[in-house]
Design a protein around this ligand. Structure first.
Ligand code: SF4
Length: 282
């Protein structure tokens, strides 16, 4: 994930997107492979690398505690003072709101105090993820629980934070319109494998993997006169506990051949901006 860029990770439920996020965050050790930041394996010094990683989940759960403790939640080793919390709240565009509350940072949230809206809770989550000045933030469906008008505000806020602080994002989402709006590059995942990786423009204008083609064929078009042939995939996604031999997509692929049942395709570079994992292109 290049510095200051957003890479979106898309794929069906059960593809392994959140598992990958957990591995990058150091919550789940990889069975194989390496997670590198600045070309170093983060698992060799997880404690120090964790400070460079932020996380924004789909729904922010706040404890029935003060705003201060909710923003600094989970950080026991770093020195967090009120200045750092105000700074994070300012970046999350929540400083004035919190200042306006009678007791400021000491105001209780939840049943004991102020009730926050969905958007405000997400902003607290953003402030929480920014508190240690991370280099990479993993956003796991950060707006899917919000209504559409609030979604746009939060997406614009994330874009501003990225621009001002040079942060990179790994952005996990099901919503292709959101992905198109926020990302510089997109990785498509299917049954634990990245099957296509391209710049956003390339992927939307020239999807190559049959799964990506099917996925994009059902995205509604803003132009009511545009006619797209919808590709409907047959069958269910196989269990990740029992991944098919050969190409993991062959059980549902409209172009599958006999080779696809036995040969595992490798990632193949089409050009500098586009790679795909499919025997059709090898
Ligand atoms: Fe389909 Fe074969 Fe390509 Fe897999 S390798 S996506 S089954 S054509």
């Amino acid at each position: 994930i290049p510095k200051g860029k957003t890479v979106a990770l898309i794929g069906p439920s059960g593809a392994g997107k959140t598992t990958l996020a957990d591995i990058i965050l150091g919550l789940l050790p990889p069975v194989s492979g390496v997670v590198r930041m600045d070309d170093k394996n983060i698992y060799e010094n997880l404690r120090s690398w964790r400070q460079k990683l932020g996380y924004i989940p789909q729904s922010i759960y706040l404890s029935d505690d003060t705003i201060r403790n909710n923003v600094a939640f989970g950080i026991y080793e770093a020195q967090i003072d009120d200045n750092a919390i105000w700074k994070a709240l300012e970046k999350a565009q929540l400083k004035e709101f919190v200042q306006g509350l009678e007791n400021g940072l000491d105001t209780y949230v939840g049943d004991r105090g102020v009730r926050l809206s969905g958007g405000q809770r997400q902003r607290i989550g953003i402030a929480r993820s920014l508190i240690l000045n991370p280099e990479l933030i993993i956003c796991d469906e950060p707006v899917s629980a919000l209504d559409v008008s609030i979604q746009a505000q939060i997406l614009n806020l994330l874009a501003d934070v990225k621009k001002e602080n040079g942060i990179s994002y790994l952005f996990i989402s099901h919503n292709m319109s959101v992905v198109r709006y926020v990302s510089d590059k997109i990785a498509v995942m299917y049954l634990g494998n990245i099957v296509e990786y391209a710049t956003t423009e390339e992927l939307f204008s020239r999807p190559l993997h049959p799964y990506t083609q099917a996925l994009l064929s059902v995205v509604p078009d803003a132009n009511p006169h545009a006619r797209k042939e919808k590709i409907r995939l047959k069958g269910e996604i196989p269990s990740p506990m029992d991944i098919p031999d050969g190409c993991p997509f062959h059980t549902r692929c409209p172009y599958a051949t006999v080779d696809c049942k036995h040969i595992v395709p490798k990632m193949h570079s089409i050009n500098e901006e586009h790679s795909v994992c499919c025997l059709k292109y090898e």
